[in-house]
Design a protein around this ligand. Structure first.
Ligand SMILES: Cc1ncc(COP(=O)(O)O)c(C=O)c1O
Length: 375
């Protein structure tokens, strides 16, 4: 990044030589990202983050279909999508007059392609876009994107996938997987925060909902973050070199962590699929506690984790993703996600296994105490 923040500071849209140098670097970044995902350089759009890529994809296709006079006015997404999809689908329905329908998931958060087929066939010429994430951020489950993509393509429906969680650990080929649009976020594969990628297959109907200048071939207005784009391309190249080794190493650590937690912590369940899950991802639900309190208890011990539940105005809410998977609320409140990365060692996994049971015990004891103490 550094040269593009200092000496090569040109704006890639400027016509002078400094701008042309920046434009050449940006062209190369498009090309490198394209090669990493099996796409053409012209099909790669740099955005401000994964969320923006999701927003542009969903609104871009649905509005373009309407503009072309298509009767396909419904978008279909999984019940466990990230907020960036869920909220955009909701807005398409509330403000733009489209319809939004949900695909069910099983107890592991997996979308059965048979359900995609059933819904598409029950509503021929109604659904324009399907959006199913490649891997779930909260429970790690991998979806059958290739199969879902084939079903969509055979029916003239476009497939978008939010693959934000994937590039560091899973190979992605947009052609082999039958993907029409895909969102990535640079910081999920060790690039900088605040840079995203939208893959847009040539020929897919799309209008830019980021309007203004003609940047990124009229598909996302706004001066491009050249340093961020160069770094994103470099990061993708670097992760692809380590992908296989790290995926294998982390899968072993992941399975050690899962087995250890289930063995040592009473009333704990694994959430998400036991095997079809991201190599670096573990997620659990602990009965009868709230995940955020446990997160804080672990933070004090120097262990950084996250939870799916959102605490609004002091009252914790169970994770909608876990609820959609049929997990009862008293478990879904206690959702916790522990993800691993390049820096994670076996010793760290063992530290978590030594620390977590006591933290869960303390949080449970404090909940019991609160219940026994009159307000
Ligand atoms: C699956 C998924 N989609 C979208 C996003 C949003 O990406 P960004 O933070 O770059 O907007 C995230 C972020 O964690 C994510 O996990």
């Amino acid at each position: 990044m550094l040269p593009y923040l200092t000496d090569l500071y040109g704006n890639a849209s400027s016509l002078h030589s400094f701008g042309r140098d920046a434009a050449a670097a940006l062209d190369e970044a498009h090309y490198t990202v394209g090669c990493a995902i099996g796409a053409r350089a012209s099909e790669v759009i740099f955005t401000g983050c994964g969320t923006e890529s999701d927003n542009l994809a969903l609104r871009g296709v649905m509005l373009a279909l309407r503009q072309a006079g298509s009767p396909r006015r419904t978008m279909l997404s999984a019940a466990t999508e990230h907020h960036a999809i869920e909220a955009t689908a909701h807005q398409l329905q509330q403000l733009f007059g489209f319809e939004s329908a949900l695909l069910p998931v099983d107890e592991h958060g997996w979308v059965d392609p048979a359900d995609v087929r059933r819904i598409l066939d029950a509503r021929p010429n109604e659904i324009g876009l399907v959006s199913v994430m490649m891997a779930n951020n909260e429970v790690g489950t991998l979806q059958s994107i290739e199969e879902i993509g084939a079903l969509c393509r055979a029916r003239g429906v476009y497939l978008h996938t939010d693959a934000v969680q994937c590039p560091a650990y899973l190979p992605i080929d947009v052609n082999a997987l039958n993907i029409d649009l895909m969102s990535l976020s640079s910081h999920k594969f060790y690039g900088p925060k605040g840079v995203g990628v939208l893959y847009l297959r040539d020929g897919v109907p799309y209008v830019s909902t980021a309007t203004g200048g003609g940047h990124e071939r009229d598909r996302r207005a706004g001066t491009v973050n050249v340093a961020g784009a160069v770094a994103t391309a470099t990061a993708l190249k670097l992760v692809s070199k380590r992908r296989e080794t790290e995926a294998r190493r982390l899968t072993a650590l992941r399975d050690r962590l899962i087995a250890g937690v289930l063995e040592r912590v009473p009333d704990a369940m694994l959430t998400g699929h036991p095997t079809r899950r991201l190599p670096h991802h573990t997620s659990f639900a602990f009965k009868g506690i709230d995940g955020e309190t446990l997160l804080m208890a672990l933070d004090i011990e120097g262990i950084a984790v996250s939870t799916g539940s959102a605490c609004t105005s002091g009252s914790p809410e169970p994770s909608p993703v876990l609820l959609a998977m049929g997990i009862p609320a008293e478990w879904a409140l206690g959702g916790l996600r522990i993800t691993l990365g390049y820096g994670t060692t076996q010793a760290e996994i063992d530290t978590v296994l030594d620390t977590l049971p006591a933290c869960v015990g303390r949080v449970r004891a404090s909940v019991d105490f609160e219940l026994r103490t009159p307000a």
